[in-house]
Design a binder for this molecule. Sequence first.
Ligand code: NDP
Length: 296
Amino acid sequence: MTAQIIDGKAFAAKVRGKVAEHVARLKSEHSITPGLAVVLVGEDPASQVYVRSKGKMTVEVGMNSYEHKLEADTSQADLLALINKLNADPAVHGILVQLPLPDHLDEDLVINAIDPAKDVDGFHISNVGLLGTGQKSMVPCTPLGCLMMLRDHHGSLSGLDAVVIGRSNIVGKPMAQLLLGDSCTVTIAHSRTRDLPGVVRRADIVVAAVGRPEMVPGDWIKPGATVIDVGINRIDAPENGEGKTRLVGDCHFDSCAEVAGAITPVPGGVGPMTIACLLANTVTACCRANGVPEPE
Ligand code: NDP
């Protein structure tokens, strides 16, 4: 293996440490405790795990965590009423509605009901517009975490060729905006892209956000390129025992690591950074709401 492993777990611990310091300062100098409200509708097992670990880490950095668990058949009106209540609550600085929502709820309507200043996921249409026009916004956590790792590894990203595979609103599109903001030459690839291997081979930076296990092999990667693997896919792992599973990314780790200059592992890469950035966004929202200097 030639690639440097970008340790997202260690990086995220550093980010959380900085968040905890900022929270302590907000408490001691301003008597403010940042608060994050997480809303979970229904009992999707993966969402329950995410919400639990978000709540735990929120408390660990010294912030208040407010968990709202609603029944799967909660009506749109009741969910919107809860969001309005959280919007008006001065103790709540960040609001996150765990996606996906059950089918009978309109995700766009619900997300756009959140006060944009408290939209720590950065999915509200106002924040999307602000990011797209290079203005101060709430930046979606997963792409923000990827950008932080890329900046840390490369220093300047200016002029680099970046390919983002995936065009979702929560990962691919904001990732492309952020890379463009850092002056990369950005290509967004998706399921209709012609000659995907050829497109990926041109890139100095590859961000894979597809949701297909180990889809990107090493022979698509330009030697020395940086590979950021956003994918989280659970696959069968009979080699570990009957009925066992394991997590893999969208990139085939072993073959990509033979060619790349640097690569994020799955697990332990982008995932931990996502939660760390959520906490950082909550502190930022709290500082902006109270007119105190925000973290850099
Ligand atoms: P979506 O399903 O919303 O989007 C997937 C994208 O991949 C689409 O744009 C789709 O193209 C594209 N795609 C699908 N098949 C191909 C293909 N064969 N070739 C090229 N492009 C293809 O997924 P998300 O963006 O929500 O998530 C992507 C992955 O990232 C998932 O594995 C998810 O679990 C993971 N994830 C990880 C997070 C973390 O914290 N680490 C956070 C969020 C997501 P098209 O638009 O044409 O259909």
